[in-house]
Design a protein around this ligand. Sequence first.
Ligand SMILES: C[C@H](O)[C@H](C)C(=O)SCCNC(=O)CCNC(=O)[C@H](O)C(C)(C)COP(=O)([O-])OP(=O)([O-])OC[C@H]1O[C@@H](n2cnc3c(N)ncnc32)[C@H](O)[C@@H]1OP(=O)([O-])[O-]
Length: 719
Amino acid sequence: MALYSRVSGFVGLITLQNPPVNALSAAVRQGIVDMVERALGDPNVKSVVICGQNGNFCGGADIKEFGTNMSGPPLVPMIDAIEAANKPVVAAIEGSALGGGLELALGCHYRIAHSKARLGLPEVTLGLLPAAGGTQRLPRLVGVPAALNLITTGRHVTATQALQLGIVDQVTDHNAVDVAVKFSLSVAGQSLDARRISTYPCPLPSDSDALFEGVMQKVRQRAHGAIAPVACVQAVRAAATLPYSKGMEREQELMATLFTSGQARAQQYCFFAQRAVGRWRMPSGARWDTSKPRPVHKAAVIGLGTMGRGITVALAQTGLSVVAVETQEKQLMEAKQAVSGMLERGAKRHGVAPTLDRISYSQNIHAVAEVDLVIEAVFEDMALKTEVFQQLSAVCKPGTLLCTNTSALDVDKLASKMPNPELVVGMHFFAPAHVMKLLEVVYGPRSSPQAVATAMQLGKKMGKVSVAVGNCRGFVGNRMLMPYLQQAFFLLEEGATPELVDRALEEFGFPMGVFRMSDLSGLDVGWRVRKRDELVEPDMASGQSARIRQGSRYSPLGDLLCEQGRFGQKTGRGWYQYDKPGSRVARSDPWLHSFLVEYRARHGLVPRSIDQQEVLERCLYALINEGFRILEDGIAAGPEDIDVIYVFGYGWPKHRGGPMFYAGMVGLAKVLERLEHYQQAHPDVPYLQPCSLLRRLVASGSPPIHRWREAIKKRQSQL
Ligand SMILES: C[C@H](O)[C@H](C)C(=O)SCCNC(=O)CCNC(=O)[C@H](O)C(C)(C)COP(=O)([O-])OP(=O)([O-])OC[C@H]1O[C@@H](n2cnc3c(N)ncnc32)[C@H](O)[C@@H]1OP(=O)([O-])[O-]
């Protein structure tokens, strides 16, 4: 709803009230319509100020209403009425003015923002476009190029940036409502004709066709199949080429195509899933709202390789003091330089001062005696990690949390060797650690809820999307990656090429297909893990037996490439060829194609034609199937946890919602039927054996994804 009060004698103050972000629900919209009418009809009122309760202007349309029968007054005429008002209406912006919230402010005659406010039109991140006049008013106010950038990226701008762009008229460090009330009286009675943005001509860039073509090309490239960014460009183009009313019709037309699209549903699911994973729970029953985190004022990082350096930067950027330890002097000096460089570049990008002084460097592990939390990022070796953890247990003050950045080792095994195993959790960052949003917080049966709560809270403070998951081989992300990678290798054996497999996955929406990604991250990384698991055998053999390990089908293709030093981009050769080591542009490699032909012949494999549909079904359904096993094992509490991990850590396209959401969209029965089909064709591939949770969900009528948790809980309570 919206509250009304008269302040300073002659100002009608309308306060949006819908905590926590004053979203424009039906009740709020009705409140605004009623209160604006009241203020404009009150002869004692000379001007009007619109603000939001609790220091937050408005987070936009109420996303929770999407997908329901929406009622209440529509936004567009509500905002048009404000713009047409005969008394000045001033928006007092504190906190956020996003989406419909900013569109409401653009309908006002003036905008005053607090210096800490954030503004933007992020609808594209929800699979939509600004549909309350944003695509028509913003270009008229700030010009086409700036409007295109804000609307197609959905990025938020600071109040200062908004002032520079011309979105707001004033920025204040004082209470924005007070400033707006005073300002509104100062302009009362003045003509408003020049303050109605919809009447402005849209400033046309010199060669607007070329500009729009250029932007559309870039947007399509970046979108990887998402339709909303393309519609955003089309809507802004309407602003540049049509009168306001016609442009508004075009905006509504385009929004109608997006609003009911599967992509919009997927992206809105991701919005709420990202918030749901913050409400974590462990199989023990411990949960986010009953487990109190320990305060962390000082943290440490042990091991300053690539991951250690990124983690140090991410910690320092939170303002925490950090102790960075590296026993090798040369490595320490190089790390110091690298970390300083990353901090300076980050600070420059955000227009803030770098926090170099927050970090102290040392070769001596005793330097961490007084910290509250340690993140270990030494080489992936259990013996080495155990030694480091035992030193830390001896050096650190009581209660210090010991976190490991391992991506594959058994966190509980490590904890079992410590005097205080309850203080041990995994904090699995993704490279580059100061950039990638995802953090897997890994708990074992001995980890205390307080340790998990502390790691989750620190992750949020580092700007990460943190997901609490149980300890198992590969945790959630890497565990699901195994069947995905395996199917990709098998498809090559059966006749596919890396180009075909990657094209299918990239057209699905992944920024990079599995083989290009493998070349980027380095084939030797997986090779080392397979060697450690004694899966790699010398390539003398041929025929079926050479492709069986521990009773299951195995493809030695990756091992064979590594034995030839083909590690990917870093060696200039992998599944593709590159101009030189380190270059990033992948080109088809005739050597690889003849190697595959020779390999198939040597192993008696008859290649067949494979289409993109089969690639997608085998790679994605095998991955999804492992997701169901993870849910069944209680390693992830719900499908949202898995989907957030894949969207924020593994490049799963947001407009596809995530592996589990996608399975629901395709239809669980279809996924099950296809898995059974491929399992029949490949009985020696256990990963294709449909998971019993999937079977049970199908048997119970394939309930919608938000009801899977109860099906899982029911099952676990039966176990
Ligand atoms: C016509 C028009 O053109 C179109 C069509 C639109 O306008 S489409 C809508 C466009 N607007 C957006 O995209 C902005 C979305 N919101 C945000 O970006 C952030 O929320 C925030 C504003 C920057 C605050 O961040 P936060 O970190 O302080 O808190 P939070 O945890 O994120 O959010 C706190 C709680 O508020 C809920 N929430 C936030 N924004 C909401 C919204 N717009 N609608 C409904 N609920 C919302 C959120 O789910 C969470 O709930 P719960 O989990 O506690 O139950």
